[in-house]
Every structure is written in structure tokens, then in C-alpha cells.
Design a protein around this ligand. Sequence first.
Ligand code: G6Q
Length: 551
Amino acid sequence: MTQTQAPTPAVSPAWQALSAHRADIAATDLRTLFARDPQRFERFCLHAAGLTLDYSKNRITKHTLELLVALARERQLEHARNAMFAGARINSTEDRAVLHTALRNPAGSCIEVDGENVMPAVLAVRQRVGAFAEAVRESRWTGYSGEVVTDVVNIGIGGSDLGPAMACEALAAHGHPRLKLHFVSNVDGDQLARVLASVNPARTLFIIASKTFTTIETMTNAASARDWFLASGAGEKDIARHFVAVSTNAARVAEFGIAPDNMFGFWDWVGGRYSMWSAVGLPIALCVGRDGFEAMLDGAHEMDRHFSEAPLEVNMPVILALLGVWYRNFFDAGSLCIAPYAQALSRMPAYLQQLEMESNGKSVTRDGQPAASPTCPVVWGEPGTNGQHAFFQLLHQGTDLIPVDFIAPLKASHNLPGHHRLLLANCIAQSKALMIGKTADEVRAELAASGMNAEAAEALVPHRVFPGNRPSNTLLMPELAPRTLGALIALYEHKVFVQGVIWDVNSFDQWGVELGKQIATRIAGELAGAAPGDHDASTAGLIALARAATS
Ligand code: G6Q
């Protein structure tokens, strides 16, 4: 049976069975499920590539999982997964293979695209990235005046920014002591201006990261950075020591004035948001070194192997994805909260927002029909414990069901005593509180014990009740290190892939970002003096105000 013959989700037998089963689950709460089964933690816990996933605090039974896995089989997940790993052109609207997994393959493997093994080119770029990173780190690569590099400014946006920015922040404790990494993405010059004000041109290396080398934000920032560099007294010939490019577009890179020797390439089968494993990861290699970067690739590769080899029932990305489908499609959960209990993972929610929402935020199926069921939820979050003092109120007592992914390293990346225990205690406490809640009787007993009179207590009871029964996953890793970070990111990449297969959407295009870009280009012309176009009254009014302010 081929992928296209899979029954449409939402009317398929597995979907119908899940719909019927949902009523049974709705009648049982998590407290009861835990009370009934002392083995529930062991039963619903997975270990892979150094990560532990506790998914026992979900509104599931063994039977729920059987039905969810049956849905995955019905959607021919294994077939789709194998096609991706083998280099099939599964990104059908762009007619491209999807091979970010090849970027973390070890030497000796063979992956063919159009009959050509891509691995020699992958390994050659990996080698150049590692060698360049080491030269900068070891001060063999210097600026034009012989000074060592102290600051690296990555100019890129979206997929050419979020992955490296997230990873460099996550791995800062493993970073080079001399090198400071900066990330500039926004066309708002405020961001670039602040970075430029803090660095010395003779000691700064700019990485211009753009797959297409045409993205307006990146090209605008890159041109301003080059002007700033030249205005500092450096000459055109000095650009070669201070500007490198990461791109698939050699011609545009040359046009910008960056020599081929300073360009690190990648390929059209690497999607932007899946590109941190390619030369786009150069800032990561500069931060943690060649070995660190390769350890991150190894961690991701270990997760790839788990995803491609483990039976669906014990396959971590598959389980994570199916739980997401369970809440999105059968409990109408419109959002997913990512709560990393690690300040170093502060960019992780933003990274996952792009990974999940740009990949699966679609409403047509692969063959262009309206999607049969809701697809990607809104993904959002903040690190704990900060979130607890902000939005967790709504998670505990709001009207919506919002599943949470808690993510925590078991060991600290600093040596301040006491902090990490408190951090972990809070992480564990939150998932327990969401799950267990607090009943009216428990509130009454608590208030009585505090000495409050019965009448006053009764008025407070409804406010202090926690419904509980709110689901979460907890993902633990031994420590936040390159290898575990690689595994963690690959886990979510594959989760997104699985959900795309279930929802029957193309997870690898992003046409939704095009329309705004086209209109912005037109309006930018009008703000610069071109005759106003034919606009609705709101747009015309806003353009008039912006023109008056910027002319
Ligand atoms: C990611 C998207 C998008 C892309 C940026 C930057 O999957 O395609 O976020 O990465 O628009 O594109 P360039 O790398 O081409 O500048």
C-alpha cells in the first residue's frame, strides 16, 4: 500500500475508534488512573538517546496508546518515515527531498538524491566548518590588523537564526571563553545598532547566513554591517578576514563581495528551520568547537536511529506526536506550552514555535484538499520558574486545557549551591499540581486547619479549587550538553514529522510567509516615495501616517 492510499484522517476507522474512546477517558481522571496502577510511571516512560520521557501524566490508558498507534499505522507512518530517510522528494510543493537527517550521518553512510550520494559533500562541508571554527577559536584566524576575534555576529533570520541562536544560548556553559556570539535577525536597525555599538570592528567576525541570500532583512543588515566595517577604517580587501557566508547561492554571495573560500555551502534539500545541522550551525561550532558540534550531530543521529528503528509503541518522537494529536484533535486543545526548566533553554520555545507552527500550520492536505481536522496548535512558552509567576495561573485554573512539555536537565551547568534542587523541585511540583489539582474538600480542610471560620472558608472554596487532570510530559536529560541538545531537537523534529503525516500536510514548505513579504515590498516602495497603490482604507491610512513620519 502506498502513502497516497492511506484513509483520510477524521473519517478513518482508527480515528472513529479514538473518538469513541475519548468519552471513556473523559470519565476518568488522572488521579484515578495513578491510584489504579502503581506501575504507571514505568509503563509510560521511555528512554532514548540519553533522554527520558515521562508521559504518565497524560489522559491515556494502554488502550488509548494502542488506538493512537493504530492511527499512525493506518496513516502509513513507517512508509512515510522511510521515504524521508531515503531521500524521496517528500516536499512535494517544492519538489525537494528532505534530508536534514543526512547532515548528522556518520562518515561511511550513503544517501542518494537523484542517484548521487550526498554524503561526501556533507562531510566535506562539515570538515571545513570544523576547521574554520577551530582556527578562529585557536586564534590562528585573526582580523585584518592581526587581532584575535572576540565577537561573532551571525546575521540571518528565521531558520538561519533561531537554531544557532537557541543552541549557542543553550550551550553557553560549554562555550569558548573568548568568543561572544551575537545574533542579529530583525530588519529593525535597533538590533544591529546595539550589537555594533558593543563590538570592535578589528576583532569582529560577521557570518551572513542565508540559504537564498536574497532575504531582505538579512541583506539589509549585512549591507549595513559591511558599511559600518568599512567606515571604521578597514579597506575592501579586509572584508575577507571579517565576513563569511553560509548559503546555497554562490552567485549572490560573490556579488555581495564574499570570496568562495569564505563561503560554506549547503543544499536545497535542507529546509531553513531544519538547517542548524548544516553550515548554518557555524556559530555553534565556533561556540562549542568542532568536537562539541559533532557531539550535537551524534546526539541527533542517535535519535534518528531510534526514530527509524524502534517499534512505534516505544518510539519517543512517535509517542510525543500522538499525544499531541490526542489533545489537539480529541480534546480541542488549541495550544501547547513549552516550559524548559533551564534558563539556558530560554530560546527553545521560540525555536519550537517555528519548527512546529511553520511546519504544520497548514489547512490543506498534501493533495490540496481542505484538512479534515484541526492541525498544529499554537506553541508558546517561557522558562520555569519564571512562567510560574506569570501565566501558570491560567494553566492551573483557566478555562482551556493546555498540555505542557516540561524539559529539564538533571545536573546544573553552574556551581551555585542549592539552586538546581529548587529548580527541579518546582518543575516536578508543577506537573504534579496540574495533574492532581485540589478538591473542594481538600480546600475546606486546609482552610479549617488555618483557623478560618466555616462561612468565610466556604466563600473562598471555589476560588481555591484546582480542577487538576491537566496533562503534561516531562523530558529529562542528564545535563544540557551538545549531545543531549542534539537528541532533544531531533526528537521534536521527528515529532513534527509524525504529526504532519497524521494530519496529511506537507511539513516542509512555508507558503504562508510569502504574501506578507510581497505586500511589504510594495509598501516599502510607497514609503520611499512611489505613488500610493490601490489599498483598503486602513492600509492607506497607515501608509499615509508612516510616510509622513519617515519622509
Ligand atoms: C524556514 C523558513 C524561513 C527561512 C528564512 C530565512 O524554514 O524557510 O524561516 O529560514 O526566511 O531564509 P534565508 O535563509 O533564505 O535567508
